[in-house]
Design a protein around this ligand. Structure first.
Ligand code: ZN
Length: 505
């Protein structure tokens, strides 16, 4: 065997371990009885330890060097540098070097510190008291700075942290785009606030039979093109999507009897992630390339199907009569127009995960700015709630009445996930950059959506994005698809047009 197939065999075994780990993680959040928690934590740690050791071993490096030489020789003989095997070697080398840069003592220290911090944070949030959590966050920030130093960066330490979730994306580029967006979105929120719809989203908070909600969600995502021969949907407390193969993709969702949105829009959101995972080229199966390009690119897919399609007027032209047939009493007083407005209600709120399409980005920009301030030493952990509230006032014109509804609301910081938040907003931005291209490529897309037809849209995404998996980074994919980098213009135009029309601003 030449080195390349040897490398592929080794990587396939590591992929198997990752998928086994994902499977027991999925089970933990869906069907595992609570008693299984302690054993499951051990099983999960063991699988991760073995796969990490296998991946970072000298043998992997030796095979990578030899395979790189083999690919280079093939390249000289005409192999496309974008061919699966050439990309497998270059992407795996990037992963390998990153994984080897972080000393195992630092990995262990971060695991220990975050393990404690999550417990303290849970208590602190329940009591809405920042003080006990503050020293733990200070410790995590210190460790994350060490992590950035270990990973290496040329410009900003945050680059190294962001790179873990959004490879090759730079802090300066993200900041420039966020800074460009911020004043316009703040102005739009203010203008909408002056005209608020007094009914808001009350209709979504009526009582809706859970089984009917579940069935309606399934009906929509079948039409979207989610392949139930290669995936399934189950319930979980915190919705997520995971996969154990391109041909086994798991969606989870939650259902609230007194609120339509979690099951409805949550299902569409997770389906967007799932369509991406089902869309990787089968030639990438059993390799590390069968994964999303980045968290931001993944989120662009969930946001596209949840918001750009699922909260659009053409979508509801087709689905509102079906929803009303499922819930004739709850929706008796509703028209397509009133329901569409309810589903697109804009209102400044304290909690990020409950935010609407317009205000959501501001919640993320707040966190991005604060993370940079913390990592670069302009802000200390003890002052976070005050800095948080000042930004909430500046961005959204509201001040959280409690710290639980402010700086303590998210689990990310206690988990050591610094650099993760911006990927949510990158997803929104990228989804609109793609949407622009899609609408040019498919001029009658609106008409298709009004008729419940999504095949041409899904096919465009498959060809231009999904099939590539991790072969290209998100900046490379943006370049290939749009011919440029991050661009805030489509996002701003979308928000101003859609919500300008709804609110008359
Ligand atoms: Zn998502």
């Amino acid at each position: 065997m030449t080195p390349l197939p040897q490398l592929k065999t080794r990587l396939a075994e590591i992929v198997d371990l990752h998928h086994a780990s994902a499977l027991i993680g999925w089970d933990q959040q869906t069907y595992m009885p609570t008693g299984g928690g302690a054993a499951r934590a051990e099983q999960s740690a063991t699988l991760q330890k073995i796969s990490h050791e296998m991946f970072t071993a000298e043998e992997t490096g030796r095979l990578l060097d030899a395979a790189a030489a083999e690919v280079a020789a093939a390249g000289a003989a005409g192999l496309d540098p974008d061919a699966d095997e050439a990309r497998l070697v270059s992407v795996t080398r990037r992963d390998y070097e990153k994984a080897r840069k972080v000393p195992s003592e630092l990995v262990a220290e971060i695991a220990r510190a975050t393990g404690q911090a999550i417990e303290v944070w849970t208590q602190a949030r329940a009591q809405s008291n920042w003080a006990p959590f503050s020293p733990y966050l200070a410790r995590i920030i210190d460790l994350e700075r060490q992590l950035a130093d270990a990973l290496g960066y040329t410009d900003r330490p945050y680059d190294a942290l962001l790179d873990q979730y959004e490879p090759e994306m730079k802090t300066a580029e993200v900041q420039a785009v966020f800074d460009a967006i911020k004043p316009d979105v703040i102005a739009l929120v203010k203008a909408i606030g002056a005209k608020a719809n007094p009914l808001g989203d009350k209709v979504l908070h009526r009582e809706y039979d859970e089984q009917k909600q579940w069935s309606f969600g399934l009906e929509v995502i079948k039409r979207y093109g989610f392949d139930f021969d290669r995936g399934r949907q189950d319930r979980s407390v915190h919705p997520f999507t995971t996969s154990f193969s391109i041909n086994d993709v798991r969606l989870t969702t939650r259902v609230d009897r007194n609120f339509l949105s979690p099951a409805l829009f949550g299902t569409l959101h997770e389906c967007g992630h799932g369509l991406y995972e089902q869309g990787f080229s089968q030639t990438l199966e059993h390799t590390p390339l069968a994964d999303g390009a980045s968290l931001g690119m993944h989120e662009s897919q969930s946001r596209l199907w949840e918001n750009l399609v699922g909260r659009s007027k053409p979508f509801w032209k087709f689905f509102f009569p079906k929803l009303r047939a499922a819930f004739p009493e709850q929706l008796a007083d509703q028209t397509l127009e009133s329901f569409y407005r309810a589903a697109n209600t804009v209102s400044p709120s304290f909690i990020r995960v409950e935010a609407d399409e317009v205000t959501y980005g501001l919640h993320i920009m707040l966190r991005f700015e604060m993370e940079n301030d913390l990592i670069e030493g302009r802000l200390v952990a003890a002052d976070v709630p005050e800095a948080w509230n000042a930004r909430m006032q500046e961005f959204l014109g509201i001040t959280p009445p409690t710290t639980a509804e402010g700086a303590l609301q998210d689990v990310h910081w206690s988990s050591g996930l610094i650099g993760y938040f911006p990927t949510y907003q990158l997803g929104n931005l990228i989804s609109l950059q793609l949407w622009d291209k899609i609408n040019t490529a498919i001029p009658d897309l609106t008409d298709q959506i009004e008729h419940g037809e999504f095949g041409v849209l899904l096919q465009w995404l498959r060809v231009n994005l999904h099939q590539h998996g991790r072969k290209f980074t998100s900046p490379e994919l943006l370049q290939r698809i749009t011919g440029g980098g991050l661009n805030p213009a489509p996002y701003l135009k979308y928000l101003n047009t859609k919500f300008g029309e709804i609110y008359g601003v």
